[in-house]
Design a binder for this molecule. Structure first.
Ligand SMILES: Cc1cc2nc3c(=O)[nH]c(=O)nc-3n(C[C@H](O)[C@H](O)[C@H](O)COP(=O)(O)O)c2cc1C
Length: 117
């Protein structure tokens, strides 16, 4: 089904999306990597709003692909946004080794200037 959506370049409907993102300057976008890309519903989300002047920060879970070019996909879709370096965490680590996952998140937030290390 995920593959079919990708092949069809589908834009699955998001139930009850925010009306606008006016109150946000910085937006963290989290998603699993599916077939080396963003789930198509994330494109639905990104294409629904004007991101110009906003800061977009990607993070994903994966099982080997890392961010897999999704930072560029987000940059291409969110014109006018500043897209920071994202974090990729293995889904199995997020699930089963949460101390280690938390450490990666904390380090990353510090690296991009969003938290103390
Ligand atoms: C349909 C599908 C396609 C996937 N494709 C990839 C992939 O191309 N590269 C990768 O590293 N992981 C891939 N995965 C693994 C997922 O990224 C991983 O299981 C997920 O991020 C874990 O988060 P979740 O528990 O929220 O699903 C895929 C998983 C699914 C279900």
């Amino acid at each position: 089904m995920a593959k079919q959506e990708q092949n069809d370049n589908a834009r699955p409907e998001i139930i009850d999306p925010p009306e606008n993102l006016d109150q946000y300057d910085t937006i963290f976008i989290g998603y699993p990597i599916w077939w080396g890309d963003l789930p198509m519903a994330v494109y639905t989300f990104l294409e629904s709003y004007d991101f110009s002047g906003k800061t977009v920060i990607p993070f994903c879970t994966h099982e080997g692909s890392g961010l897999s070019g999704t930072k560029s996909s987000i940059e291409n879709t969110c014109s006018g946004a500043t897209v920071l370096d994202g974090l990729a965490v293995r889904g199995s680590i997020a699930q089963n080794e949460q101390d280690s996952a938390r450490e990666s998140v904390t380090k990353w937030l510090s690296d991009i200037g969003y938290a103390k290390s």
